[in-house]
Design a protein around this ligand. Structure first.
Ligand SMILES: NC(=O)c1ccc[n+]([C@@H]2O[C@H](COP(=O)([O-])OP(=O)(O)OC[C@H]3O[C@@H](n4cnc5c(N)ncnc54)[C@H](O)[C@@H]3O)[C@@H](O)[C@H]2O)c1
Length: 295
């Protein structure tokens, strides 16, 4: 087996250029993490307006890191210089590894994998940041299922230490090993998870958050008391309803539905209130209102 190194680990292939599809909540964070670790990153969005919004969020976050003294001004300039935005997936033609981070919709993700498979070199790894969808379905829409897997970051990606490496049944050991080296080169800790809805963390977390919404909906306790209970009583850094707002209630519904579809266990099913809040556009922090109001 050939070996390559970027000074941070040994890969079976060279990974220098990274692509990220989608510059929303997760995509923008993943771009920042990769660029700060020294990779050249190309990020795509559906149109220029959303691309500008995503790139502005990245610039703000990197600027805040510099202001807090976490990186120098020179690092800031160099990091921003490594990021390129595009609205054309053809611009991923030189990427060695692409991470898809668009909304949780299988049809859309499969379309993206089909396109990436045509555009990217045959040797490139194609990864998804899906929270719970079957990665094998995305893999089988390409001609390289051995090179497709999940690299699942947590929100906010620049802060959260964990990455789940999710292994669909067709992935090769080389791809898994390269993905692990890559995630560690970003300063992340890796755990391995099966290609089963929710993997490890969301399999536990999603029913917990949905249960908290159920309790709130039944009028058992206020949002503040539910959250304080878990923060002060269980040492959670944030309560489940505040966490739901951070994740995005639309994403939570999509993830809960996909898990319910697979396991048919009611504890995964989004509650009526949660679905109504999404219908009303109360998606949490990203729209300024969810279980709480945000300025
Ligand atoms: N929100 C979380 O806490 C969280 C955590 C881990 C993983 N995830 C997963 O990450 C993925 C993205 O979630 P998010 O919260 O960032 O969603 P988001 O809605 O904030 O961002 C998705 C972005 O993808 C863009 N997009 C859609 N189709 C596209 C295309 N064809 N090409 C380029 N861009 C496209 C959208 O315009 C949007 O800006 C989902 O699969 C989600 O399950 C989310």
């Amino acid at each position: 087996m050939e070996e390559f190194t970027n000074g941070k680990g040994i890969y079976s292939m060279k990974i220098e250029k990274v692509g990220v599809v989608g510059c929303g909540l997760m995509g923008s964070g993943i771009v920042e993490v990769c660029a700060r670790a020294g990779y050249s990153v190309t990020v795509s969005e559906v149109n220029q307006q959303l691309l500008d919004k995503g790139l502005a969020a990245i610039t703000n976050s990197i600027t805040r890191a510099a202001e807090r003294g976490k990186i120098t001004d020179d690092d800031k300039k160099a990091t921003l210089g490594r990021i390129k935005g595009t609205t054309n997936l053809e611009d991923f033609k030189n990427c060695n590894l692409v991470i898809e981070a668009v909304l949780e919709d299988m049809a859309r993700k499969k379309d993206i994998f089909r396109l990436l498979d045509k555009v990217c070199p045959k040797t490139s790894i194609l990864a998804t940041n899906t929270s719970c969808l079957a990665i094998i379905e995305m893999a089988m829409s390409t001609q390289r299922p051995d090179k497709v897997l999940g690299i699942h970051f947590f929100n906010p990606a620049p802060v959260m230490k964990l990455v789940e490496i999710v292994k669909p049944i067709a992935v090769s050991q080389e791809t898994v090993s390269d993905a692990k080296v890559f995630a560690e080169s970003l300063g992340k800790k890796v755990i391995f998870a099966p290609d089963s809805p929710g993997f490890v963390v969301n399999r536990l977390l999603v029913p917990f958050i949905i249960d908290a919404i159920r309790i709130y909906e039944a009028g058992t306790a206020t949002a503040e008391d539910i959250d304080q209970g878990m923060v002060l009583g269980c040492n959670h850094p944030m309560g489940p309803l505040a966490l739901a707002d951070l994740v995005g209630l639309d994403t939570l519904v999509m993830v809960g539905n996909a898990m319910y579809e697979e396991f048919k266990e009611p504890r995964f099913a989004p509650t009526p209130l949660l679905k109504k809040m999404v219908a009303a556009g109360r998606l949490g922090r990203k729209t300024g209102r969810g279980f709480y109001q945000y300025s």
